[in-house]
Write a protein that binds this ligand. Structure first.
Ligand code: SF4
Ligand code: ZN
Length: 343
């Protein structure tokens, strides 16, 4: 006997919702999923009528589902938003060039304007060239720092009021775990926020409309809606530590599906004891981007790349920053330490 949809009661159920365990037909699943994202947007007051919103688009499942939903909900509920797609080209041959083709098709399919900013034009370095210099161990540090700033620069070019990203519940839970494991209290406090208000000049507020959407449901939604997305992993993706956190979370989820939401709620409810020293936000002396040091991370990493001292931005070398930036010569030992690529 076919199982009937537990919501409408007359169509055949085609899936069991990973989040709730309900058996639903396609249409009832679509409706439930879309309504939940709408509720997230409304209850967190993510947008205001008339705003220009950039959707960070990579061509992957999360950002494709996000673009599809933002367009659909904007029309269904008359949010009054002007939407556009914003992509970052990290310069990864065989990965990003292909996924950007997907974004270009999305531009046509959703009739949304698209802006692509590239590492090459912003920093003079592609990830291909960076990996050649730094190897495959810390490449994601460079990529992550550069991406954050690249999105902001793209958003400023597009003159958007906000950027929304496709981070889902699994990503947020994973980040909570990572920050606990690293003891990074400043990030732990920030990472569960559904939106960032403007943190300073040059930083465009960001929000995560899919914060409470399970990755498994995003995949199901994209699959049943036949959305056009790119599903290959980055060829430079070692990220071993995050991988362990992800596997751990997936194991927990298979025993208890609510684990993902529980970790997020724990993160949301942690409070930082008074007297714990938090970094002071200022601005970078060189590029003006927000930074808790005299130079932002992006400028330090770039300086290291341009001087052939890739370790400069990795680990604790703050002591050397002043010396390097005021062009004082380094000792032989210091040079050797910063040059090594087997880190
Ligand atoms: Fe960049 Fe690393 Fe992500 Fe690849 S896996 S896109 S190198 S951050
Ligand atoms: Zn800077």
């Amino acid at each position: 006997m076919p199982v009937l949809c537990s919501s409408c009661g007359n169509k055949r159920a085609v899936l069991k919702r990973p989040k709730t365990g309900h058996s639903l037909c396609k249409e009832c699943f679509f409706w439930a999923f879309e309504e939940e994202v709408h509720q997230t947007i409304v209850s967190a007051k993510l947008f205001n009528h008339g705003e220009r919103v950039g959707i960070a688009a990579s061509g992957g499942k999360d950002s494709t589902v996000l673009a599809h939903l933002m367009k659909l909900l904007n029309e269904r509920y008359n949010y009054g938003l002007e939407l556009m797609l914003l992509s970052v080209d990290e310069g990864i041959t065989g990965y990003r060039d292909d996924s950007l083709e997907t974004v270009k098709r999305n531009e046509q399919q959703y009739e949304l304007p698209l802006k692509i900013v590239s590492y090459e034009e912003l920093y003079g370095w592609t990830m291909d060239a960076i990996v050649k210099q730094v190897g495959l161990k810390n490449n994601c540090t460079f990529c992550g720092v550069f991406r954050r700033q690249a999105l902001d620069r793209g958003a400023i070019i597009l003159k958007v009021d906000k950027i929304c990203t496709g981070h889902n519940a699994d990503d947020v839970a994973e980040t909570v775990l990572m920050n606990v494991l690293r003891g990074d209290i400043a990030r732990l406090r920030r990472c569960t926020a559904i939106s960032t208000s403007s943190e300073g000049d040059g930083v465009v507020p960001r929000c995560k409309p899919l914060k409470y959407a399970y990755e498994k449901e995003i995949v199901l939604y994209a699959y049943f809606k036949k959305l056009d997305y790119f599903s290959t992993e980055c060829i430079y993706s070692p990220n071993a530590y995050r991988g362990y956190a992800r596997t751990f979370l997936k194991d927990l989820e298979s025993v208890r599906p609510s684990s993902i939401m529980d970790v997020i709620h724990s993160g949301e409810n942690l409070s930082v004891r008074e007297g714990v020293k938090m970094p002071q936000q200022g601005t970078c002396n060189r590029c003006g981007y927000i930074s808790s040091q005299a130079l932002c991370k992006s400028c330090v990493l770039l300086e290291g790349l341009n001087r052939g001292l890739p370790r400069l931005g990795i680990g604790k070398h703050h002591r050397l920053h002043d010396k390097i930036l005021s062009q004082q010569p380094l000792t032989e030992k210091e040079e050797r330490k910063l040059k090594a690529v087997d880190f």
